[in-house]
Design a protein around this ligand. Structure first.
Ligand SMILES: Nc1ncnc2c1ncn2[C@@H]1O[C@H](COP(=O)(O)OP(=O)(O)OP(=O)(O)O)[C@@H](O)[C@H]1O
Length: 311
């Protein structure tokens, strides 16, 4: 196993207001992976990213970026990082090309025009390079933020909510670009509210809620957990016990035996639903209604927290 490119050890943040935005957190990011930090509003995602990028001072802990301490060796650490923030902070009167070139020079890199041209082309911004930022659409401005973050050829790219409020075309371009960057060896860390986004893009996923990193897992393993669905079968007659013949399905009784609840994996090739329904018919168990529920992100968090407590 190679050394992680980024290590977060015991990092926490309590803002001056007293808000505990991040509890002590440990996290290691592998070189070349796409890591998604998944969590609802206010979970602490931006706080963690901003600490790593040197924008917010942590209350405790250390961060090592490619062997450099992010506080003591801030410059070396920071030049390895590109950050695409949620909000736009650019000079509206500058041209696209000037803004992006300026970002490159900030990190002591010479104006390597071939590289900048490629970045602008990848983001469909090349034709707009002479336009002033103020003349661009919202989506184009988002693209400029990405170009700026990439301008100094960072090894690690942070994308804070990259697709919040963007249209389908930009989202597709962004995903394509992320995969291309990863193929070129860039490590990518993104924050998102959307399970679909984590599913589409990430190799590994960290779930964060209320300032606590609840778990870090391979995407596939997590998606299995996230793919859990429930089907509620409202029975014609209440049932006192579950018949032994149903033992091969993960069923339980709810509402005083009036409902049979079946938990299944929606991502599996076979959900087991048709065979369960056939078995109920064979057993002469009638039902009035069937309802499946898709677990929301919130349910998943509740599940995960409950799992942690039980573990
Ligand atoms: N500068 C600040 N001063 C005080 N509290 C803050 C500050 N920035 C964030 N917070 C609080 O810290 C908590 C975590 O916020 P953070 O922005 O890190 O969450 P997030 O997961 O990125 O949320 P979102 O998805 O909405 O961007 C929230 O309760 C927020 O109100």
């Amino acid at each position: 196993m190679t050394e992680p490119i980024l290590t977060v050890a015991g990092v926490s943040k309590t803002y001056d207001s007293g808000t505990v935005a991040l509890q002590p957190t440990d996290l290691a990011i592998n070189r070349g992976e796409i890591f998604a930090l998944l969590g609802p509003n206010g979970a602490g995602k931006t706080t963690l990213i901003n600490i790593i990028c040197g924008i917010v001072t942590p209350s405790s802990g250390t961060i090592t970026v490619d062997g450099h301490d992010a506080i003591r060796e801030m410059r070396q650490a920071r030049r390895r990082i590109g950050l695409v923030p949620q909000e736009l902070h650019v000079d509206m009167f500058e041209t696209v090309l000037a803004t992006v070139t300026f970002s490159r020079r900030l990190f002591g890199r010479s104006g390597h025009s071939d590289y900048i041209e490629q970045v602008l082309r990848d983001l469909s911004l090349w034709d707009k390079r002479k336009a002033k930022i103020m003349e661009l659409s919202g989506g184009m401005k988002r693209r400029v933020l990405i170009a700026k973050a990439l301008a100094h050829e960072p090894e690690i790219l942070f994308l804070d909510e990259p697709t919040a409020g963007v249209d389908v075309a930009l989202r597709r371009d962004m995903w394509k670009l992320v995969h291309k960057l990863r193929a070129g060896g860039t490590t990518i860390i993104l924050t998102t509210h959307y399970i679909e986004e984590a599913e589409e893009m990430a190799d590994r996923v960290g779930v964060i809620n209320q300032g606590k990193l609840l778990l870090v897992d391979d995407k596939d393993a997590l998606m299995q957990k996230l793919g859990k669905r429930e089907m509620d079968i409202t029975l014609s007659e209440p049932m006192a016990d579950i018949p032994a013949a149903l033992s091969e399905w993960d069923v339980s009784l709810a509402e005083d035996g009036r409902r049979l609840r079946y938990v299944f994996d929606a991502t599996a090739e076979r959900t087991g639903i048709p065979s369960l329904l056939r078995k109920l018919a064979d057993l002469g168990i009638g039902f009035k209604d069937l309802e499946t529920s898709k677990s929301s992100l919130e349910d998943i968090f509740v599940d995960l927290v409950a799992d942690k407590v039980a573990a």
